[in-house]
Design a protein. Structure first.
Length: 672
């Protein structure tokens, strides 16, 4: 019996056929703007094409200067720009796949002073206020889209995706929220949708009928004054008449205060809205957002919710996703955990995107594990993210790796992270590394601590220490009380926590522990409750798909504190930090900054805030104030005379950083 028959079935578009139902969704990598970036981009897409993806969509390319996301962002408007795009399309076609270029006009989301929008209304996430487009400028923009599509065809693309969602220019014209015009481009629904329809018609007229046009339609705006369901349906039907080939699902605006892609969003959480549209149009529809396993994708397709599935970040995590699924090796897929730490957080910080669980992503020409000419026998201590990554990558290079782990299980800090509500995906990374270690024959020794005596039993060439971190203690009066505990003790179930809790330290760990103590049952695993908590109306009775959130409260009184006077959670992820803050607000967590800790006694935790002394009557104090390197082994290993390498938390005990730990493991495996 074939594995995932619906996922791997071809899709006939009439003039062409896609080899399966997998779309690699649009991602801006940052390579588009780097010197020599298109050669690197070609290698990036080639690997995904070789990995079995049926259709690829590039990151957003602007049709004109004002539509650029940033001053130096990519644009395709002139014939001389075609050549570099041909490098990418040739690479994909040589690997037997198809590729579409996404045309994206940022509108009021453009991060520069030349931005334009339907109306002069500033976006809450952008310091630049856009200029209102004249009617002539709108018409000119339609021509720019058509011109860009024609150049894309010349560059060898199989089609284009018109970005009409996520709050970018076309979406801004469609919604009353951002369109206050009184001319032919505003007012009635027909007028507000005119730009979208005219763009599609102009592109079709330029490129002919044997060219894919995907329209990414915002099916669920998740903002006030967004489109109603009837308006979404009407626009979809107009788009079908205008000549669109496929409709892709867009979920939420970037300014929406509802998470749509972070790891706490349930898998396949928005496939219902794609399914809802299927009865109204005859075009193939693509489901999107938090589809990260072949099982989820197959279910969406087999149940008739969509005709294709879009997976963007999962293709960063594993370029061979489709081939592994087809071969019945889903357990070897490096699953996207939806963390955003190395992809979107990098993109919005103007850095090259990559992937926490796959540091090779977007570094295909730079980070490769070629067979070593001098294989070594290497001892590794610590089977956390850094140690496991090194062990796998070094074994791929032909080294003989013995991995020592003092506990009876692998995973390190990931075993704590996966216990946080909404972070269950970390299970997948542990599973992936366990299976990879077995595949590459890593000699894993559990319940075994690396010592000089152990080393003496065998002949090793190098020692890698990845022993991680331990919680940093605070030496204050009363902090030796059994009521004062570490975050690790809490997550390991070693202590019982009372109803009134003070958390010292408001970094990532503090926020995670607060969430853990608030929500013992994860709503990520209960989609119906998750929709209620965030106010998503799956009945779509109101415009934008919003309803009043049903706020839960754990009953615990939790106070999260930090010494700094800066914003709470300032160091959290750029694209996910606001979600963590919102969750704690929903649960009524009290937050204090500028706190000086004095002592703990029978009365509770004594603190000072702005020079004013107060006592928090709490049952427990949980220390989340960082960690220190677990360097117990370092000096002993250095005395062996063998080369000693430190990676992960033992090398630098800053905020827990799995992205850095795994990348260090990969880089050392190449260098050793």
């Amino acid at each position: 019996m074939a594995h995932y028959p619906h996922l791997l079935a071809p899709l006939d578009l009439g003039f062409t056929q896609l080899k399966n139902r997998v779309l690699m969704g649009s991602m801006h990598t940052g390579l588009e703007e780097e010197k020599g970036g298109f050669e690197k981009l070609a290698a990036f897409y080639r690997e995904r094409a070789e990995g079995g993806v049926g259709l690829i969509v590039t990151g957003g390319i602007a049709p004109n200067f004002r539509g650029r996301l940033a001053p130096h962002a990519s644009q395709l408007s002139f014939g001389w720009q075609v050549k570099k795009h041909r490098i990418v399309t040739d690479a994909v076609h040589e690997a037997d796949s198809k590729i579409c270029m996404q045309i994206l006009h940022a509108g009021r989301y453009a991060y520069h002073p030349f931005s334009q929008a339907p109306s002069r209304i500033q976006a809450p996430i952008n310091p630049f206020k856009p200029w209102e487009m004249s009617s002539r400028q709108v018409s000119s923009t339609v021509k720019d889209y058509a011109n860009s599509a024609e150049l894309a065809r010349e560059a060898g693309y199989d089609g284009v995706e018109v970005m009409g969602s996520e709050g970018y220019l076309i979406n801004q014209f469609i919604c009353k929220r951002t369109n206050k015009r009184t001319d032919e481009w505003g007012g009635s629904l027909e007028n507000r949708c005119r730009l979208a329809i005219n763009i599609v018609e102009a592109i079709r007229a330029k490129v002919g009928h044997d060219f894919i046009i995907i329209f990414r339609l915002s099916m669920l705006d998740l903002v006030d004054k967004g489109s109603s369901w009837d308006e979404v349906v009407q626009l979809a039907q107009w788009l079908e008449q205008a000549g669109v080939t496929i409709i892709n699902t867009g979920i939420g605006w970037h300014e929406a205060r509802i998470p749509t892609i972070v790891t706490s969003v349930p898998r396949g959480a928005f496939a219902w809205v794609t399914e809802r549209l299927k009865q109204h149009v005859s075009l193939p529809l693509i489901a999107t957002n938090r589809i990260n396993t072949p099982e989820i994708a197959e279910h969406i397709l087999a149940s008739g919710q969509a005709d294709m599935v879009s997976m963007a970040r999962p293709m960063l995590a594993d370029p061979d996703f489709v081939n592994k699924a087809a071969a019945g090796e889903a357990d070897l897929i490096n699953t996207c955990i939806g963390c955003n730490q190395a992809c979107l957080d990098h993109t919005f910080s103007m850095k090259r995107a990559t992937c926490l669980v796959n540091p090779r992503a977007c570094y295909e020409t730079e980070l490769n594990f070629h067979r070593s000419n001098q294989p070594k026998k290497i001892a590794v201590m610590g089977a956390g993210p850094a140690g496991m990554a090194f062990a796998v990558y070094a074994s791929m290079r032909g080294h003989q790796v013995v991995l020592f782990e003092a506990k009876d299980h692998v995973g390190g800090q990931f075993n704590l992270a996966r216990k946080i509500p909404g972070k269950e995906e970390f299970d997948e990374t542990i599973r992936y590394f366990i299976n990879q270690m077995e595949k590459w024959r890593v000699d894993l020794r559990l319940n075994c601590k690396l010592t000089a005596q152990e080393l003496a039993k065998e002949s090793f060439d190098d020692i890698v220490i990845a022993s991680g971190v331990r919680p940093r203690p605070l030496s204050l009066p009363g902090f030796d009380s059994p009521q004062v505990v570490s975050y690790q003790q809490v997550l390991n179930g070693e202590v019982t926590i009372g109803e009134r809790v003070a958390l010292i330290g408001a970094g990532g760990i503090g926020f995670d522990i607060a969430h853990y103590l608030c929500e013992q049952e994860s709503s990520t695993l209960a989609p119906a409750r998750w929709y209620q908590e965030w106010g998503i109306d799956t009945q779509y009775q109101d415009a934008g798909g919003l309803t009043t959130p049903v706020k839960g409260h754990s009953g615990r009184e939790i106070t999260l504190m930090q010494r700094k006077t800066t914003k709470m959670g300032a160091g959290l992820g750029k694209t996910s930090g606001w979600v963590h803050r919102a969750v704690l607000k929903q649960h009524g967590v009290k937050m204090l900054t500028g706190v000086n800790y004095i002592k703990f006694d029978d009365q509770g935790l004594h603190i000072e805030v702005d020079g004013v002394a107060q006592v928090l009557a709490v049952d427990n104090v949980v220390l989340c104030a960082g960690q220190e390197s677990n360097r117990d082994l370092v000096s002993e290993m250095e005395q062996t005379g063998l080369p000693v390498h430190l990676i992960g938390g033992v090398e630098l005990a800053a905020e827990l950083d799995a992205k850095r730990a795994i990348r260090q493991g990969a880089e050392l495996a190449i260098a050793i």
